[in-house]
Design a protein around this ligand. Structure first.
Ligand code: BEZ
Ligand code: FE
Length: 288
């Protein structure tokens, strides 16, 4: 009779796979079992601690909806989402960064130079740049999906005062691969802490803040979709993002400009009376 003990369990588990098992499934499951078993052995996990873990996962399942996925947030605060991003980033392309749970599908199309700020209070920001491939070739017709928080630090799905598509829009790069829009300066905000992930942050003595950012998903034919974010150089949480999303190439200066520098041919041209900030950011897409 085979005796399973704490030292040979991992080996016994690995020997269970059938002949038809997909090699990649086998590789991932074997490594996962190895690390989980090592983890339990290393920390000498007690029954009470394991029950706490199970209850945590149960609560995460109960709280998860279409609008809020607690497992994604868990992956984010554990650094796993960012690690997967970093493992899969082409170093010649713009870095990818966390998607987060607040993206809304099918955002309304924007015209070149459109404005997302509307009647909201806060500094006006002009965001512009080019979409190119890794060889520097401009990409016309790229779809740039943009979203951010309102000045109160809430995304539209978190805030009953905002319309579904408030601070969400889809812009298309022009014939030269150029894009341009105006919006309000985003603010730092906290990730949701009223669920099990909030308990983890509190237990670990960690704060829930993210540095302010603009979110983008950029798609173009023949290129890998890019999910990324752009952060300002002066945000106090730049070095302490609770979901580890900041990369050096995603940090941009918000350059202060007088109202007289505001360009023509934008939705707000002729209406800007106060200074604004300008952010120049180019997207470099990896080929498929
Ligand atoms: C966000 O940037 O929207 C976000 C990312 C990860 C967790 C929570 C929010
Ligand atoms: Fe965000």
């Amino acid at each position: 009779m085979r005796t399973v003990n704490q030292h040979n369990l991992t080996h016994v588990f690995s020997a269970y796979f059938g002949d038809e098992t997909d090699p990649r499934v086998r590789e991932i499951m074997t490594a996962l079992a190895q690390h989980i078993h090592d983890f339990a052995r290393d920390v000498k996990l007690t029954h009470a601690e394991w029950q706490t873990g199970i209850k945590f996962l149960q609560w995460a399942g109960e709280i998860t909806t279409e609008e809020r996925n607690e497992f994604v947030l868990l992956s984010d605060v554990l650094g796993l989402s960012s690690l997967v991003d970093m493992i899969n980033t082409n170093p010649e392309a713009t870095s990818s960064s966390v998607l987060g749970p607040f993206h809304v599908s099918n955002p309304p199309a924007m015209e070149m130079g459109d404005d997302l700020r509307g009647d909201f209070e806060g500094q006006l920001v002009l965001v512009q740049g080019k979409v190119t491939d890794t060889e520097g070739k401009s990409i016309p017709g790229a779809q740039i999906d943009i979203w951010q928080t309102a000045p109160n630090g809430l995304y539209s799905s978190q805030d009953p005062e905002q319309d579904t598509f408030s601070f969400h829009g889809l812009l298309t790069s022009d014939d030269a691969g150029f894009y341009r829009f105006t919006t309000v300066r985003p603010v730092s905000y906290t990730v949701p802490t009223d669920g099990p992930v909030g308990d983890i942050l509190r237990a670990a003595g960690r704060h829930p803040w993210r540095p302010s950012h603009l979110h983008f998903i950029v798609k173009a034919e023949g290129c890998k979709p890019l999910v990324t974010e752009v952060f300002p150089t002066d945000d106090p949480y730049l070095d302490q993002d609770t979901v580890f999303g900041v990369r050096e190439d995603l940090v941009m200066e918000y350059v202060e400009r007088p109202a007289s520098d505001f360009p023509d041919n934008l939705a707000l041209s002729g209406k800007v009376r106060e200074g604004f900030a300008q952010v120049d950011f180019d997207f470099v897409l990896a080929k498929e």
